[in-house]
Design a protein around this ligand. Structure first.
Ligand code: MN
Length: 251
C-alpha cells in the first residue's frame, strides 16, 4: 500500500512538472498589428549635408501587392538614407560639395570606390523612387511613346527587351532606360551601384527610368522569384515622371 501511495505521489508531481514546462514556453508573442506596423516616409531624416533626401509622393503601402510596404520602408528609410549620409560625408569640405550629382557622376574617378558606390547609390535610388508611383498600369504617351516606338518598334517590344535585359543581370545591379548621345533610347544593365553616366559605362547615356535589382528591393515578398518582381514593376511605373525626365533631357 505504501508503495502504491508513493507511486501516486510521483505521478502527481510529474504532471505538475509538465504543466510548469508548458507555462514556461508560453512567451507573449507580438500581435499581428505590432509586427506589421509600418512607418511614414515623412518621418525619415538624413544627416544634414549637401544632398537632401528625396521626398516620396506616396506611402510605403502604395504599391501593394507589387511591392510590399515593409520592403519599401526598409529600402527608403535604411538603404537609401545610408547611401545619402555616406555620400554627404564623403564630399563634405571638398570641392565636390558644390557640384551636382550628374557632374560628379560624369567626372568621377572610378577608382574611388567609396565615392562611386555612394554617389551611384543616391542617384540610382532617386531615379528608382521617381520611376514608380502615380496611377497604376499607365502606358507612355505622346513624345515619349513616339521615342519608344522609334527605338524599339513598339511598347510591347520595349517591355520585352527591358524585362529580358533585367532578368539577365547577374548579382546586384540595375537596369536603366537611357537616352544615348545619338538621341536613341536603349536598355542597359549596371553592376552594383554603377550608372550609365559614369566614365566606366560601356554604353553611356542619361538614365530616365530605373529598376533596382538588389535583393533588398524585392526579397521579402518574392525571394528567388526575381522575374515576378520585374513583371510587377511594370504595373507601377510612373510614365508621367519618365516622360518628364525624357523631355528635360532633350533641352
Ligand atoms: Mn536599393
Amino acid at each position: 500500500m505504501k508503495i502504491l501511495k508513493l507511486f501516486f505521489c510521483l505521478l502527481v508531481l510529474q504532471s505538475c512538472h509538465k504543466k510548469k514546462l508548458t507555462e514556461v514556453v508560453e512567451v507573449p508573442l507580438p500581435t499581428a498589428q505590432e509586427t506589421t506596423k509600418i512607418g511614414n516616409p515623412n518621418d525619415v531624416n538624413a544627416v544634414e549635408g549637401t544632398f537632401k533626401l528625396l521626398k516620396l509622393s506616396y506611402n510605403y503601402d502604395a504599391f501593394e501587392p507589387s511591392i510590399d510596404a515593409r520592403t519599401m520602408e526598409i529600402h527608403y528609410s535604411k538603404h537609401y538614407v545610408n547611401y545619402l549620409n555616406n555620400l554627404n560625408k564623403a564630399i563634405a569640405n571638398t570641392e565636390n560639395q558644390t557640384k551636382s550629382l550628374e557632374e560628379l557622376l560624369i567626372n568621377l574617378d572610378v577608382k574611388n570606390e567609396d565615392l562611386k558606390n555612394n554617389l551611384g547609390g543616391v542617384y540610382n535610388h532617386n531615379l528608382y523612387f521617381e520611376s514608380i508611383g502615380g496611377k497604376k498600369n499607365q502606358i507612355p504617351k505622346d513624345t515619349l511613346s513616339g521615342a519608344i516606338n522609334k527605338s524599339f518598334g513598339s511598347f510591347e517590344n520595349f517591355t520585352s527587351v527591358f524585362k529580358s535585359t533585367a532578368s539577365k543581370q547577374f548579382g546586384s545591379g540595375w537596369t536603366f532606360l537611357i537616352i544615348t548621345k545619338k538621341g536613341m533610347l536603349e536598355v542597359v544593365n549596371s553592376q552594383n551601384q554603377d550608372n550609365p553616366l559614369m566614365p566606366n559605362a560601356i554604353v553611356k547615356g542619361k538614365p530616365i527610368l530605373a529598376i533596382d535589382l538588389w535583393e533588398h528591393a524585392y526579397y521579402l515578398n518574392y525571394q528567388n522569384k526575381r522575374n515576378q518582381y520585374i513583371d510587377a514593376f511594370f504595373n507601377i511605373i510612373n510614365w508621367e515622371n519618365i516622360a518628364r525626365n525624357y523631355e528635360e533631357s532633350l533641352k
